[in-house]
Structures are given as structure tokens and as C-alpha cells.
Design a protein around this ligand. Structure first.
Ligand SMILES: [Zn+2]
Ligand SMILES: [Zn+2]
Length: 181
């Protein structure tokens, strides 16, 4: 995604990623093929017994989420991290499906999951390191202020405290932070 895309509202960014994905049959085929090839790398006793659907409907900062029979992938993060989704995200969620089908109630990233990840030869990381700026669905509200150094933005927490009478001073110039109209 380009810099300007991050200015789009979350709903528009997800719509754009969905449209992009429709025009990527090769990528979708590669993801489907990768998913189909994973069970063969496991001993029969660890393989899922029921089919797994792939959906591209996840929003927010997570790359993927697994239920027993479905994997939901985040289309915005997929667009920005295609190789990592094939290499790591898809096997990670597939391993969750396998555990959920075989041992419902087992800890999500527990011993069984880790064993499957080792067999798939994928690092058993719990969290991705992707830049989630474009994937966030909740925007952080920032409030414009000014000090002697120039304009700055404050979080809602500080803004509310100032409205309630608290005074903050800039550490650099020493001036009180004033709200900008
Ligand atoms: Zn996980
Ligand atoms: Zn200042």
C-alpha cells in the first residue's frame, strides 16, 4: 500500500484490499495449494480430520484466526506481507485448526501446536511482526496542541486531563501546552 492509503478510513482500506484480492487469482491459488499440502507433513494422528475453509474476512491487527474448520486471514495484512502469509501465517493457523479438531480445549499455543509447527518446519512464533498501521480498525484520536516548539498532538487521556484543569509543560521549551482551535 502507498502512504496515502493509510489516510483512508478503515472500512475503505479493507474494501480496497478485498478488491485487490479478487484480482489476485495466483496468490489465492498459492494459499489454497499451501493449505492443501500441509496435512501430508504430519503423521496421520495429528492431521485434521475435517476440511478447512479459507476466508479473507479478518479485520484488526491479527494476521489470521482459526476455528476448527475455518481460517480467516486479514486481507490488508495479506496484501502487505504476501510471502510471510504463505510461509508462516497460513501454517500457524492450520496448526490451530489441527489442534482444535483433535484436542478441543487444548491451549492455543501449547505443546501439541508447537509439535505441529516443528513438523511443518515453521518457527512457533505467537505474534507476527507486521506493520499494522493500515490494518487497524480503530483510529487513535489525536488532539492538536501547540507549544513554543510548534504544533503537537496529544492523546485523548492527556487532552481530557487538560480540559479538567491539569497543566502540561513542554520539556524542551518549558511553555504550557495550549489547545489549537
Ligand atoms: Zn496463534
Ligand atoms: Zn516546546
Amino acid at each position: 500500500m502507498t502512504e496515502s492509503d493509510s489516510a483512508l478510513a478503515p472500512a475503505a482500506r479493507y474494501r480496497q484490499a478485498q478488491q485487490w484480492l479478487v484480482a489476485q487469482p495466483a496468490l489465492r491459488a498459492a494459499l489454497t495449494a499451501r493449505l492443501a499440502a500441509l496435512p501430508a507433513r504430519l503423521p496421520a494422528a495429528l492431521r485434521p480430520t475435517r476440511p478447512i475453509r479459507l476466508e479473507y474476512t479478518l479485520r484488526g491487527c491479527a494476521a489470521g484466526r482459526a476455528g476448527p474448520e475455518a481460517i480467516r486471514l486479514n486481507p490488508v495484512l495479506l496484501q502487505e506481507n504476501q510471502a510471510a502469509f504463505l510461509d508462516e501465517v497460513l501454517p500457524h493457523e492450520f496448526a490451530h485448526c489441527a489442534v482444535l479438531q483433535r484436542v478441543p480445549g487444548a491451549p492455543a499455543h501449547g505443546a501439541q501446536w508447537q509439535r505441529i509447527m516443528a513438523l511443518l518446519d515453521v518457527p512457533a512464533r505467537r505474534c507476527h511482526g507486521f506493520d499494522t498501521r493500515n490494518a487497524r480498525t480503530r483510529r487513535l484520536v489525536r488532539h492538536p496542541y501547540r507549544c513554543g516548539c510548534g504544533p503537537l498532538e496529544l492523546t485523548s487521556i492527556r487532552h481530557r486531563r487538560i480540559q479538567q484543569g491539569a497543566r502540561y509543560h513542554c520539556r524542551r521549551c518549558g511553555q504550557a501546552l495550549c489547545p489549537q482551535p
